[in-house]
Design a protein. Structure first.
Ligand SMILES: C[S@@+](CC[C@H](N)C(=O)[O-])C[C@H]1O[C@@H](n2cnc3c(N)ncnc32)[C@H](O)[C@@H]1O
Length: 268
């Protein structure tokens, strides 16, 4: 949202100042990494998160088209994606933008990987074929999503870096999670927007995606309460949810009724 351009002409000065203060947290400018003579992206990630990987090299030393990622995502991507490397996996990124992330994923996953990116912006069409296939359409359009997944021959990893809007994130998840392979993962990033009104969120608001996840958590524990499933499309096949700051990983697998055993001797 270009807040200044939209709000300023419509508001008296005093109201504008109040509004700007109230929603000062809604924006990512204040989190921009400060480059100076003693700091660089690689060292920042190494020192803060104790992380070193080929992915870090690919991100920090990127000389191709722009890739835009928060620093703390790099160790998390590597933790969840590394076991898929070098295989003929099917990877879908929602949100192509300048195209740098698709290039990074191509180098990371290797030539055998089937890499697709989707974006609502027709400008992204020009990136088609550079590092992966780019298809133009909205993450909210199930017919479009179906055609992309069909073209990919299925999907093993989804990375949602698209609209980041609270109405879109669960809708896309509900549709695509069903199509994800067993053992596959669904990653949603930039979930700071769950706290921003401009993205349909807000602290403990109805639209906040973490509230949706709470439904899934309740469903995962349905064995232990009598309430109905609220998000069956996800929870019937969700074997794990990993929550980090602004980034969530959902694992898909077959679900079994939990059982327990006592194994071993009793000492009297
Ligand atoms: C944060 S950028 C993606 C950045 C890129 N993944 C990277 O790491 O460099 C978000 C992109 O999502 C796209 N987008 C916004 N709404 C969308 C929607 N409803 N469906 C698909 N893409 C959308 C925007 O056009 C934009 O290019």
């Amino acid at each position: 949202m270009n807040f200044k351009a939209i709000a300023k002409p419509l508001m008296p000065d005093v109201l504008f100042k109040w509004y700007r203060k109230k929603y000062a947290h809604e924006g990512i400018k204040q989190f921009r990494f400060n480059f100076d003579a003693t700091s660089d992206v690689k060292r920042d990630i190494q020192e803060k998160y104790g992380h070193d990987s080929e992915l870090l090299e690919l991100f920090a030393n990127n000389e191709g088209v722009v890739v835009h990622k928060w620093h703390h995502y790099i160790p998390l991507y590597d933790r969840y994606f590394s076991s898929f490397r070098g295989r003929k996996i099917r990877f879908l990124e929602i949100g192509v933008s300048k195209g740098g992330s698709l290039q990074m994923w191509r180098k990371y996953f290797g030539d055998d990987a089937i890499i697709f990116g989707i974006d609502i912006d027709p400008e992204c069409e020009k990136l088609n074929g550079l590092a992966g296939q780019v298809r133009i359409g909205s993450q909210t359009d199930n017919v479009f999503l179906e055609s992309v997944v069909k073209e990919m021959g299925g999907v093993d990893i989804v990375l949602d870096d698209g609209s980041h809007h609270m109405e879109h994130i669960p809708a896309t998840l509900k549709y695509l999670f069903h199509h994800l392979s067993y053992g596959g993962i669904y990653v949603i990033e930039d979930l700071h927007t769950a706290y921003w009104k401009s993205f349909g969120g807000g602290y403990r608001s109805k639209g906040n995606f973490f509230g949706f996840l709470m439904d899934v958590i309740d469903d995962m524990h349905h064995w232990y309460h009598t309430n109905k499933l609220k998000q069956a499309a996800i929870s019937n096949e969700c074997s794990g949810i990993h929550i980090y700051e602004s980034i969530v990983v959902l694992e898909k697998n077959k679900i079994f009724k939990p059982v327990h055993s006592q194994v071993g001797r009793i000492i009297r």
